[in-house]
Design a binder for this molecule. Structure first.
Ligand code: NAP
Length: 517
């Protein structure tokens, strides 16, 4: 195949333009007309229904059913791994160029169906228009980027040739990958993990989140249209608690690519480490987990810029990003001024149904998330001073007010535990040194940001702020494929650096060949 042009990130649609608004409104109408449809499992090319159904709802209006899905049993989960295993020899021999071409086609199809995917994300995941647009754009970027990466890694790599020898290295796929994504980037993260596994020549069992199975089913349509053979991947909806262990422990599963909570990630890591009867390899686990991300606002910062950065990082997508800022650590000298500007802007944020573009925040994902976040807010009221928000917001959905709790001590629960909602803990620091210490006082290490105009402090943060993704004078969310390879330290995961040049190597094993001439 002809080499594709250099990678560029997918531009975002500007919804202030009438054409783009109309396209999005039309898509919302068309997608709404498909509400309630039933989707099947896909196992070795065969469509399968189960007696039990998994119902996916619109978190902005929980009485609306977005899609009805199958609830796979442990037997079906086992069958999925077996069927992916039996197709592996064939798929692994497909030339890298052929697989990369399929992935470039998948990017094109997503581009064509962008407004439609935006609408599915709005309805099923509660994403506002710009958040949905960013998610779908990132999914396109992953396809485009990994296709190019596979072309770089495919083929034979010449090594140092010893005298009288030809010495080479080739990258081989691993086998069956169990791919388990979360609901919060229901398209981008799912697409990133699935396509990385497929383009490198592995077969896949995809178990999507039970909160966002329809978006996953729609992407399955894209894979098929792009030319990926149906047996190269299985689509397996069902409760993680019922089928997760079977998938992870299956002796024919070769690796697990997981993104989600710390608790589930650690469990997967532990189970995968135990060899099962008949298993002849050490399973590889790629696990990206939670965060408790901090932004440091220094006394030498541009305050308005810092306020906007903290606001977007804390409350964009209702704070449900692993990269969301849930801790602001602010220099004592500007603390009060910063808080009053941040509170004033936060109070103006509108919360309501995600499909209404007037709303800055939509709902949180489901009733159990709503309850857990409200419990944290109640606990937080005892751990600091409630500045704004502090409870549910009005409406039929799972709406919560953007909440800021000030004067929080570093040992407080709301400073240490991932809440995964629109709750920001603010802490006062004596100086930059103490701020860095507080920021690193966490079991997580995913993203972080520093606002300061002092070069020396920027250098200190580069050296000492222990996070996988550090940002300077900008928000701590919104990693871009190709520019900010993404993954965290410590309990945030295995630092897989999705969207970067190291990522596909996690799905490959290298074979060195030395031939005497
Ligand atoms: P989760 O509850 O851990 O679920 C993630 C996935 O794991 C879902 O597909 C879930 O299926 C499945 N699962 C549940 N129990 C399982 C088990 N015993 N074995 C195997 N799989 C199982 O996380 P979430 O609520 O979807 O996502 C939010 C979390 O993801 C947050 O902690 C966030 O920080 C993290 N996250 C991290 C990153 C990153 O790159 N570091 C990115 C995004 C999100 P069911 O839905 O059926 O339960």
């Amino acid at each position: 195949m002809e080499a594709p042009p250099a990678f560029r990130t997918e531009p975002y649609a500007d919804f202030s333009l009438p054409d783009n608004r109309q396209r999005m409104e039309r898509a919302l109408g068309e997608v709404r007309a498909q509400f309630g449809r039933e989707y099947e499992l896909l196992l070795g090319g065969e469509r399968v229904r189960t007696a039990d159904k998994l119902i996916s709802r619109n978190p902005s209006r929980p009485d609306e059913v977005v899609g009805a899905h199958q609830k796979a049993t442990p037997e079906l989960a086992s069958r999925a791994v077996e069927s992916a295993y039996s197709y592996f020899p064939e798929w692994s021999r497909t030339p890298a160029e052929t697989r990369a071409a399929m992935l470039l086609r998948a990017a094109e199809i997503l581009r064509r169906r962008k407004a439609e995917f935006n609408a599915w994300l709005t309805y099923e995941a509660g994403k506002t228009w710009p958040e949905a647009e960013a998610d779908v754009s990132e999914a396109i970027d992953f396809c485009d980027y990994y296709a190019r990466e596979m072309l770089r890694l495919g083929g034979v790599h010449p090594m140092l040739h010893l005298p009288g020898e030809r010495d080479e290295l080739v990258y081989l796929p691993l086998g069956v990958g169990v791919v388990i994504p979360p609901w919060n980037f229901p398209l981008a993260i799912l697409v990133g993990m699935v396509t990385a596994a497929l383009v490198t020549g592995n077969t896949v069992v995809l178990k999507p989140s039970s909160d966002t199975p329809t978006i996953a089913a729609k992407f399955v349509e894209v894979l098929i249209e792009a030319g990926f053979p149906e047996p190269s991947f299985c689509f397996l909806t069902g409760a993680g608690s019922a089928i997760g262990d079977v998938l992870v422990q299956h002796p024919k599963a070769r690796f697990i690519a997981f993104t989600g909570s710390k608790e589930v990630g650690l469990r997967i890591n532990e189970l995968a480490a135990r060899p099962q009867p008949g298993q002849i390899w050490i399973k590889r686990v790629i696990a990206e987990m939670g965060g408790k991300d901090a932004i440091i606002v220094d006394r030498e910062a541009d305050l308005d810029r810092a306020v906007d950065g903290v606001l977007a990082s804390a409350f964009g997508y209702q704070g449900q990003k692993c990269s969301a800022c849930s801790r602001a650590i602010v220099d004592a000298r500007i603390y009060d001024e910063f808080l009053s500007r941040l509170a004033a802007k936060t109070e103006r944020l509108k919360v309501g149904p995600a499909e209404d573009p007037a709303n800055y925040m939509g709902p949180v994902i489901n009733e159990s998330a709503r309850r857990s976040i409200l419990n944290y807010i109640e606990a937080g009221k005892g751990e600091g001073r409630l500045l704004t928000g502090g409870g549910p917001a009005e409406g039929p959905g799972y709406f919560i007010q953007p909440t800021i709790i000030a004067d929080v001590k570093p040992e407080a629960r709301i400073f240490q535990e991932e809440i995964f909602g629109p709750v920001l803990a603010v802490t006062k620091a004596r100086d930059f040194d103490e701020a860095l210490e507080m920021a690193n006082n966490s079991e997580y290490g995913l993203t972080g940001a520093v606002f300061t105009n002092n070069r020396e402090k920027i250098e200190q943060a580069r050296e000492r702020f222990f996070v996988g993704n550090l940002y300077v004078n900008r928000k701590c969310t919104g990693a871009m494929v190709g520019a900010h390879p993404f993954g965290g330290f410590n309990m945030s995961g295995t630092d897989s650096k999705a969207g970067g040049p190291d990522y596909l190597l996690l799905f490959l094993q290298a074979k060195a060949i030395g031939e005497k001439l």
